[in-house]
Design a protein around this ligand. Structure first.
Ligand SMILES: [Ca+2]
Ligand SMILES: [Ca+2]
Length: 54
């Protein structure tokens, strides 16, 4: 009984954080979050190039 309760709580604790946390922003949807993506909108121009040429 105790073991069952423990595994139930373990499952809940593993599943719950994933449900509550919003996924990281990913503008172009390539699976690389904006914070780490060198080309956040996926148009082939890197972020630094777009800063220079709008
Ligand atoms: Ca991305
Ligand atoms: Ca871009």
């Amino acid at each position: 009984m105790q073991k069952k309760l423990f595994s139930f709580l373990l499952c809940v604790s593993l599943i719950t954080p994933g449900c509550l946390e919003a996924p990281p922003p990913d503008m172009d949807g390539d699976g690389i979050q904006d914070a780490e993506d060198l080309d956040i909108d996926g148009d082939g121009w890197s972020n630094s190039e777009e800063m220079n040429c709008t």
